[in-house]
Every structure is written in structure tokens, then in C-alpha cells.
Design a binder for this molecule. Structure first.
Ligand SMILES: NC(=O)c1ccc[n+]([C@@H]2O[C@H](COP(=O)([O-])OP(=O)(O)OC[C@H]3O[C@@H](n4cnc5c(N)ncnc54)[C@H](O)[C@@H]3O)[C@@H](O)[C@H]2O)c1
Length: 458
């Protein structure tokens, strides 16, 4: 009798445990697979919302990136900067000054760890512009969309595949825009070569390359200040993670060339990292061989190389290295059946029938003029004056506001944000398993072939 009683207790407990565990596993593995769209969600491909004649903006995160963004917005027509938020009052003051210097109305101020929530809850804001460290991007973006706001979020938009789905699901549920601020898509050479690719100048584009190679060792180790990240957030991420934590600058422009989720999709990647040498070497020189910085184990290998294959048989190579002493490079390369373009170290183009050598400068200048992208013709001069990485940041902001004011689909949608950001976790998975192939989810849930190529709305 006693053993029967015991069984009556044990069996339901084991069953409940099984259900919970298997449910968890299922949920977890689903993130890496294509998902079925829940009934209360609709695709946001080509999402249009009512025109917003004056876009009221709230900025969260006013560090090295956020404050210049506020400054750029003071040059855009049809914008009201309503609110500024940071942990640090001095940073808010600095950003506020960019506004008041131009005799524009002062923005309301929000200081503190959770103050961003109050900013997002305000009914008189249309767009939340997020420039905090990586960890806060998704919690803030999701909360903002749930409050009915459109979102612009810095790169990478998300750090894990689950976070990517959170952005997609929230945008689909709330029917709000969520654009990742991938400014490199608006760089002048990238825009012009995109135009050339769209007009068939390179023939069928077969292979593309991008990179983020930028010596950030000093910045990474600096304390919070004008020349350092808040609470050394970037260094801390490097300590724990390998793979490519910052893939989108290289990936965004070349995914646009390949029409990713507008006729093609990324299927899988393989990723390999070198060992870690540069951080330790730098820390030894700067802090001493016995310093805690030099003794730490940094998980991220110096150079990461990731190769992606698409459904249509195209390949993409993306690199990341922020710890080697070498010149800045985003290695933008496009290789097609009729020609080739590359930037870094120098801008060069080679075209059939003479593609075994690069065009001379005269021909290069004339082709760059011939295919100059309409965005550059429209706003290039002002962008160069306002600045932000030579003007590309301003073109990005200008386009975002233009599309919102005219009720047009944005140039980059939430699926771009998810596709380009998911490489953070998936490259790490591949590296940790010795470079094995890792599937890339289809965040559009089967809609990747519905649009006939990338078209910017006008
Ligand atoms: N697109 C680009 O070219 C580019 C260039 C640099 C940085 N970035 C991105 O911009 C983002 C910010 O980078 P950064 O260099 O400005 O870093 P940063 O450390 O200088 O700034 C981050 C700011 O966020 C604030 N912050 C953190 N938690 C907050 C909270 N809970 N509420 C309000 N404010 C909070 C910090 O106080 C800090 O001022 C990152 O995502 C980074 O990847 C993009």
C-alpha cells in the first residue's frame, strides 16, 4: 500500500518535470528553426503606417553615438526632439546643448536606470531612437513598440536568435516599424555600387565580402568617459563571447546587393576564429604583465571569418577584428559575372571585357558619377556638411524621417535587423563547434521570395 502511494506521488511529479523540460527544449530549439506565425500577428514586409507630418523623437543613450545623433536631428526638417534619456546627467546636458545652440525648444530630460520606460510611455512621442549598449537594445525596443512607438535601434539590434525573434514578433504584433540603424548601407561608395549592381553592371553577383576591422583596443580598455564605453560594456562582452559580435556594418550593404529576403535568403554559415592574442598583448603593455587586465581570459579570438551561403547559391564572407593594430577596413567587395568592385584600402572597380585590371582614375570617376545613387544626388551635399562618418549617418536619419513623414515603408525593416544581427550568436555557435555549418532562420517565415528585389520607397 505504501509503495502504491509513493508511486502515485512520484509519477505525476516525473510527468510534470518531463512536460516542463521537453516544452523548454522545444521552445529553445524553435528559435533556430523557421516558426509558424501566431494568429495575432501579421507580416510587416513593406509596412506602411499613416504619414507623421512632424516626427516627435525620444533619444535613449547619449554616449559617443547618441549625442552626435541628437545633433544630426537638429538639421532635419519635420522633427521635434521631445526627450533625452541617459544614466548620466552630464551626457544629457551635452546633448541638450546641441539642441539649444540652434535655438530649438529644450527637450525633456530623463535620468536613471529605468527612466527610459517613462519616456517610452509618453503619448506625444512617435519614434524612440536607441543608442545604448548592446544588452539594452531589445528590452528597450520591445517595450517601446508595445507602447505604440516606432523604433530605431543601434547595431547590432540583437545579440541572440531569441532576441531577433522577439523584435520580429513584437513588430508583427504591434505593426510598428523597427529599423536597425545600419548606417554603412548609406555610405557613398556602397550606395553607388548598390545602384550599379541593381542595374546589372556586375552581371549576376556571385560573391560579396564585408568586414569590421577597427582597432578598438584603447577604447575598450578605457573607463567610462569621453573616450570609453559606459561601464566597459564592450570589453565585458569580449571576455565572454567569441564569433563575430558586430557583423552588421559589413553584412548590411552586401545583403542589400544580394536582395536578401527580397528574392534570396541566407541559408547557413560556417565560422572560424583565430586565437586571442591582441587583447592580452595590449593589456600587458598598457597595464603590466601581472595586471588583472593582462591575466584575464578573453573568449573572443582576434580575427573571425564567417562564410554564409544563400538559397540562390551566392556566398558572403564577413570578417571582424577589433584588436589588431591595422588600418580601418570594412572590406566592401562585390564580385559578379561581369565585374568587380571593392573598397578598403582603396575604391576600385574592374569591368568586362577588361576586368583583369582595375579602371584608371578617369574612368573610375566617370563611372562613379554615372551611377551616383539618387540619395547622394538629393541630400549628399548637406550630408557631407552635417557629417557623421562622412555623411552616411545623416543620409540614414534623413531617409528614416522622410519615410515616416510620407507614410512609406522604411529602407530597412525588422527582418533585416534580425537577419543581420542573428549572425552574432550563430557565428559563435559555429566557432565553438569547430566551424560546423549552422542554419540561419528565415525570419520572414516563407515570405523571402515575395518582393522582386530591394527598392527604396519614394
Ligand atoms: N553605427 C555606428 O557606426 C556605431 C558606431 C559606434 C557605436 N555604435 C553603437 O551605438 C551603441 C552605443 O555605443 P556608444 O559607443 O555610444 O557607447 P557608450 O558607452 O558611449 O554610450 C552608451 C550610453 O548608453 C547609456 N545607457 C546605458 N544604459 C542606459 C539606461 N538604462 N538608460 C539610459 N541610458 C543608458 C550610457 O549611460 C551611455 O551614455 C552601441 O550599440 C554601438 O554598437 C554604432
Amino acid at each position: 500500500m505504501k509503495s502504491v502511494k509513493r508511486l502515485l506521488i512520484i509519477i505525476p511529479v516525473v510527468f510534470c518535470f518531463y512536460l516542463t523540460a521537453s516544452g523548454k527544449d522545444k521552445k529553445h530549439s524553435n528559435y533556430y528553426n523557421d516558426q509558424v506565425r501566431p494568429h495575432n500577428q501579421r507580416s510587416v514586409l513593406q509596412l506602411k503606417v499613416d504619414p507623421i507630418p512632424v516626427v516627435r523623437v525620444g533619444f535613449i543613450g547619449l554616449g559617443m553615438r547618441g549625442t552626435p545623433a541628437v545633433n544630426r536631428y537638429t538639421f532635419i526638417e519635420g522633427v521635434e526632439i521631445k526627450a533625452l534619456c541617459d544614466l548620466n546627467q552630464q551626457y544629457i546636458d551635452r546633448a541638450q546643448q546641441k539642441i539649444t545652440d540652434k535655438n530649438l525648444p529644450k527637450a525633456d530630460e530623463y535620468v536613471g536606470e529605468e527612466a527610459w520606460k517613462r519616456l517610452c510611455e509618453r503619448p506625444d512621442i512617435d519614434l524612440i531612437y536607441i543608442c545604448t549598449d548592446w544588452q539594452m537594445h531589445v528590452p528597450m525596443a520591445v517595450y517601446a513598440m508595445e507602447q505604440g512607438k516606432h523604433v530605431a535601434v543601434e547595431v547590432p539590434a540583437a545579440l541572440t536568435v531569441k532576441e531577433c525573434w522577439d523584435l520580429v514578433n513584437t513588430a508583427e504584433r504591434t505593426q510598428r516599424h523597427c529599423m536597425m540603424l545600419e548606417n554603412c548601407c548609406y555610405d557613398f561608395f556602397e550606395l553607388t555600387t548598390l545602384n550599379m549592381a541593381q542595374q546589372g553592371v556586375f552581371g549576376e553577383v556571385v560573391h560579396v565580402e564585408g568586414a569590421y576591422i577597427h582597432d578598438l583596443r584603447e577604447l575598450n580598455f578605457n573607463e567610462f568617459g569621453d573616450r570609453g564605453y559606459y561601464n566597459q560594456w564592450r570589453l565585458k562582452y569580449n571576455e565572454k563571447h567569441t564569433g563575430n559580435p558586430y557583423p552588421t556594418h559589413g553584412l548590411g550593404p552586401v545583403c542589400q546587393v544580394l536582395n536578401i529576403h527580397r528574392g534570396d535568403k541566407m541559408n547557413f554559415l560556417v565560422s572560424v576564429s583565430s586565437g586571442q592574442f591582441g587583447m592580452t598583448e595590449y593589456a600587458k603593455q598598457r597595464f603590466g604583465a601581472n595586471s588583472p587586465e593582462a591575466q584575464k581570459k578573453y573568449a573572443r579570438g582576434d580575427m573571425n571569418t564567417t562564410i554564409i551561403r544563400t538559397e540562390k547559391g551566392k556566398t558572403i564572407m564577413i570578417q571582424h577584428d577589433v584588436t589588431s593594430p591595422r588600418p580601418y577596413s570594412r572590406l566592401h567587395a562585390i564580385s559578379g559575372t561581369k565585374g568587380f568592385a571593392q573598397k578598403y584600402p582603396v575604391k576600385q572597380i574592374a569591368l568586362e571585357p577588361d576586368a583583369h585590371k582595375f579602371l584608371n582614375q578617369v574612368k573610375m570617376d566617370s563611372i562613379m558619377k554615372k551611377y551616383e545613387h539618387p540619395f547622394i544626388q538629393e541630400i549628399g551635399d548637406k550630408a557631407r556638411k552635417v557629417g557623421g562618418h562622412g555623411g552616411m549617418d545623416f543620409i540614414m536619419d534623413y531617409r528614416l524621417i522622410y519615410c515616416l513623414r510620407n507614410g512609406l515603408p522604411l529602407d530597412q525593416d525588422v527582418y533585416d535587423a534580425a537577419e543581420w544581427s542573428c549572425i552574432v550568436e550563430l557565428s559563435e555557435q559555429s566557432v565553438l563547434k569547430g566551424g560546423v555549418p549552422v542554419k540561419i532562420p528565415d525570419f520572414t517565415r516563407g515570405d523571402w521570395n515575395k518582393l522582386p528585389g530591394l527598392k527604396f520607397a519614394k
